[in-house]
Design a protein around this ligand. Structure first.
Ligand code: BG6
Length: 520
């Protein structure tokens, strides 16, 4: 079954990746281009120019990239012919980022390639460097005239993090807008390239049965969990400056929230879709004052017996760091649809399992006919969008237990994409997003106002924490389900966190193995 059933291939394009010797190009971008090439989804004519500071030539650059494709590609490097055919489209350009001359040289190189290969003048830039370089690269692109490529399009993809707060994000938007129009800018959030994330929209707006009940009358609350079993690893230097709020909430979790909560756009159109997402983000009430204490939790992983990893002992982390590696929030959306419905968001590193899910918990039935034992209750319906570890959906509902009486039991109606499309068949997020950027469809990319609205929410919370006006730092055992404070936040309202997209065995095993003791 074709996974990318797209109309039309992208027009001939020169793709220029800044930061091409780095990890992102190695693990994600080039493997994604290779998968697209293998599926015949790249333009008939294209070149990929990698620009970076490292000393390399075309050959050594290609060889380096081949290793990345072999290790991380959904489609591996294949035989020499397959790889050779792809690799002949790849060139390297050594660029010292503050050397103006280097950009002029790059401009001449692009023109030469375009001319000699009858490529036309479409250019797609990709900023995959450290974010501190973004503004100067963009300025130099403007100065060197690299953005004026004649008849063709010029677009720029900007990798996250997009700023570190509202002010810096706004400044970066201004710097980009001096050189590019908004419709040329593609701010990437790889979560939007995940199939199940897009499926939240299809599920809601291509099925008539859910939308009528998608509101405060029928939904008790929504849970969004993005848990990772890995720690901060080699990225501690970056992470200690960012923390979980900037690294995960500002982008991935708020994207999941806005897609789950937005009003239906009138058409599948980048402007209309993003208008709706911005409206939801605008309506998110930031917890302040007392709510900052009761509705937010911040925590770090810390091994109690000293045998496991502790955040403060990671290389590159300040010994007295107050950076949260875990956070949980109870947010409210001030509009008609969602008034009074809590949205619980949590994310953390070094957790028991990798788990990404959005769970819609419906309300209990208004009146229970069946004679349950007086201490029993029925589990309300829940709809789970499972992003990781497996992509799929799960609808929990009540059924009768066979035999005498009318006893009920929760069962699941589950759908796994793998069962229809096969193992490893779903495209990687970057494949979809790179293809969309070449096709000029910005629907799955963040707009300037969307980014700024999400920073407004995050800044209020992080700012509150930093000024000492919030909960104290909690701690959790690495490999556990998080701090007790997060459990307590939900328990205070009679709710608990779910892990619906994991098997019961998985949850039980971890809980037994580590005792899942919280340590705050
Ligand atoms: C990135 C964060 O954006 O997303 C990482 O910077 C995180 O810290 C990663 O590990 C998670 O992505 P995924 O697709 O593995 O859930």
């Amino acid at each position: 079954m074709p996974i990318f059933d797209r109309l039309g291939a992208p027009a001939p394009t020169t793709i220029i990746i800044f930061g091409a010797s780095g990890d992102l190009a190695f693990r994600k971008l080039v493997p994604a281009f290779y998968s697209l090439a293998s599926a015949g989804l790249l333009p008939e004519k294209y070149f990929i120019i990698g620009a970076a500071r490292s000393e390399m030539d075309d050959e050594s650059f290609r060889e380096h990239l081949r290793q990345g494709v072999d290790r991380f590609g959904r489609v591996r490097g294949g035989d020499d012919d397959d790889w050779g055919e792809f690799a002949r489209h790849i060139l390297y350009h050594r660029l010292v980022y503050d050397d103006v001359g280097g950009y002029h040289e790059l401009a001449r190189k692009c023109e030469k390639i375009e001319r000699e290969n009858d490529l036309g003048s479409n250019r797609l830039f990709y900023l995959a460097t450290p974010p501190t370089l973004y503004e100067s690269i963009v300025e130099e692109l403007g100065n060197a005239g690299l953005c004026q490529s004649g008849e063709g399009y010029t677009r720029i993809v900007v990798e996250k993090p997009f700023g570190r707060d509202l002010e810096s994000a706004h400044n970066l938007n201004c710097a980009l807008h001096k050189v590019f129009n908004e419709d040329q800018i593609y701010r990437i959030d790889h979560y939007l390239g995940k199939e199940t994330v897009q499926n939240i929209m299809v599920f809601r707006f291509a099925n008539a049965i859910f939308e009528p009940i998608w509101n405060r009358h029928y939904i008790d609350h929504v849970q969004i969990s993005v848990l990772e079993s890995v720690g901060v690893g080699r990225r501690a230097g970056y992470y200690d400056q960012a923390g979980v709020m900037r690294d995960m909430f500002q982008n991935h979790l708020l994207q999941l929230l806005s897609l789950s909560a937005m009003e239906p756009p009138t058409a599948w159109d980048a402007t209309l879709l993003r208008d709706e997402k911005v409206k939801v983000l605008r309506a998110v009430r930031s917890p302040t004052g007392e709510a900052l204490h009761t509705n937010t939790v911040r925590a770090q992983y810390r091994s109690l017996d000293g045998h496991g990893p502790s955040y403060l002992k990671e290389d590159g982390v300040a010994a007295d760091s107050q950076t949260a590696t875990y956070a949980a929030l109870e947010l409210y959306i001030d509009n008609w649809r969602w008034q009074g419905v809590p949205f619980y968001l949590r994310s953390g590193k070094s957790m028991a399992k990798k788990l990404t899910e959005v769970v819609i918990r419906f309300k209990e039935v208004p009146h229970m006919l069946f004679n349950l034992r007086h201490d029993a209750s029925v589990t309300p319906n829940q709809l789970s969008f499972c992003l990781q570890p497996e992509e799929g959906f799960d609808l929990g509902f009540q059924t009768k237990i066979p035999g005498a009486g009318m006893r009920t039991r929760s069962v699941d109606m589950s759908y796994q994409f793998e069962s229809t499309y096969g193992h490893k068949a779903l495209p990687e997020a970057y494949e979809r997003l790179l293809l969309d950027a070449m096709l000029g469809d910005a629907s799955l990319f963040a707009r300037a106002d969307e980014i700024e609205q999400s920073w407004r929410i995050i800044d209020n919370i992080v700012g509150g924490w930093q000024s000492g006006d919030g909960p104290v730092m909690s701690y959790y055992e690495p490999g556990s389900w998080g701090p007790a404070a997060a459990e307590a936040m939900l328990a205070a309202t009679g709710r608990d966190w779910t892990a619906n997209c994991l098997s019961d065995d998985d949850v039980e095993k971890v809980t037994k193995e580590d005792g899942a003791e919280a340590t705050n």
